[in-house]
Design a protein around this ligand. Structure first.
Ligand code: UD1
Ligand code: UDP
Length: 397
């Protein structure tokens, strides 16, 4: 077997042949957050036999297991254990390791979320996989011989093909059968790309289902005090985009720009492992960063607690732009583009670009501005996963 661990329970197969077998795939930090609510809704639904497959793209406990624990995800039915590598290595190894899992489970539906390499690799494998027994579903007259590929968080576009995620988004959407979107701009992109309207459903944001499920937890409430910072009295930083963190000269300039703009405000920086690899040497040589609380990646509940109480968040994360929008926490995005325009139009997020003087200016302006008072975007209401599962159930009714 190509995968490292497989605990599929095939003794149940005879009993479950009338059920719709659904594989939910996740393997990187943001995607555990997206799959958690889907898993709960699928597990509660009638007529569904759900399987959780972990690709192993992220594998440190703080990038993986803590999310499974906090979001109620089960022991994976299969752990593909792909680990790190180049894009081609990771994508190819995932496809080779996912195919035997499809062979064993014979799923009617494969759900992928987000825009990481695991998303594309598993969508592509599933889209070409031939099942042993054809089945019917509502969108096609002929019996279907391949799993229905479902993309959750479809249609987002940054317009920047230099981002590997943009390639993953476009390619995954092009081969998906059902596409669930978080904001109306995504529906517009898919319509322009020729995706039939009956395959696209605007359902809201599953990530916000997770956010709302932990936002009032004890762990979230305690998080600022546990780190020795006071509510609205600190800046929270996350950085992991290759364009920001892979080149040490650029990363050093970026950190110094943030430090100079925030002045005396304490900075908390849970560092992604990609960033950590370059960070220690930079910090050792930078007195301006000596006061920063540079820590390991945080568990989800703790991180959400810090997001909700920060005076400002500086980030290049996709998910964090969305979470700050619902929490009404001011966010400065350290990128030239965003695939999530609703976070800008809603008034919580500002794009600072990559020129250092401009970044300093945008951070200072944002800190001086009144805190935004906004309602959550349409359908970012904590009920997106049940909406998706209901649509799936209707498609197989
Ligand atoms: C990946 C996604 C990115 C997403 C991010 C979320 C792709 C192309 N990129 O980027 O879209 O925003 O996840 O966090 O899919 N590492 C560890 N431990 C881990 C995981 C990674 O040390 O548990 C280190 C390894 O050195 C690895 C590097 O981080 O080479 C990058 O990991 P990788 O999954 O390739 O990309 P991310 O930068 O995490
Ligand atoms: N997150 C977390 N702990 C951290 C940093 C981020 O729990 O230390 C969560 C964050 O709340 C969001 C997700 O991780 O739900 C975002 O992941 P990331 O920024 O790695 O990926 P992206 O969204 O950019 O793809």
């Amino acid at each position: 077997m190509a995968f490292t661990r497989c605990v599929l329970d095939f003794t149940r197969r005879g009993r479950l042949d009338s059920l719709v077998r659904v594989i939910c795939v996740a393997g990187a930090r943001p995607n555990f957050v997206k799959v958690g609510p889907l898993w709960r809704a699928l597990s509660a639904a009638s007529g569904v036999d759900p399987y959780f497959v972990h690709t192993g793209q992220h594998y440190d406990d703080k990038m993986s297991q803590v999310f499974l624990d906090q979001l109620g995800l089960p022991v994976p039915a299969a752990m593909l254990g792909v680990g790190s590598g180049t894009h081609a290595e990771q994508t190819a190894a995932l496809m080779q390791r996912f195919e035997p899992v499809l062979e064993q489970i014979q799923p009617h539906v494969v759900i992928v979320v987000g825009d990481v390499n695991s998303t594309l690799a598993c969508a592509l494998t599933a889209a070409k996989f031939q099942l042993r027994v054809p089945f019917g579903w509502r969108l096609e007259a002929a019996p279907r011989t391949r799993p229905v590929v479902v993309h959750v968080e479809a249609g987002l576009r940054s317009g920047d093909n230099a981002m590997p995620e943009e390639i993953n988004r476009r390619a995954t959407d092009a081969i998906s059968d059902l596409l669930f979107t978080t904001e109306v701009a995504a529906n517009d992109h898919l319509a322009r790309e020729g995706v039939a309207a009956e395959r696209v459903h605007f359902v809201g944001n599953v990530m916000i289902d997770s956010l709302l499920s932990v936002a009032s937890s004890d762990a979230a409430r305690r998080a600022p005090a546990d780190l020795g910072v006071s509510a609205r009295g600190y800046v929270l930083v996350t950085l992991h985009r290759p364009s920001n963190v892979d080149e040490p000269v650029h990363l050093t300039a970026l950190l110094h720009a943030i430090a100079s703009a925030v002045g005396d405000l304490p900075v908390v920086f849970p560092a992604h492992p990609r960033t950590r690899a370059r960070l220690d040497a930079i910090v050792a040589a930078s007195p301006a960063l000596a006061r920063w609380r540079i820590i390991e990646p945080l568990g989800y509940s703790e991180f959400v607690g810090l997001l909700g109480n920060a005076a400002l968040v500086c980030t290049d994360s996709g998910g964090v732009q969305e979470e700050t929008t619902v929490l009404a926490t001011p966010c400065v995005t350290l990128r030239d583009s965003t695939e999530r325009p609703i976070t800008i139009t809603h008034g919580t997020n500002r794009l600072a670009g990559t020129s250092m003087p401009h970044i300093v200016d945008v951070i200072r302006t944002t800190l001086a501005a009144p805190r935004p008072a906004v309602a959550a975007p349409p359908l970012w209401d904590g009920q997106t996963a049940p909406r998706i599962v209901e649509i799936l159930q209707r498609a197989f009714a």
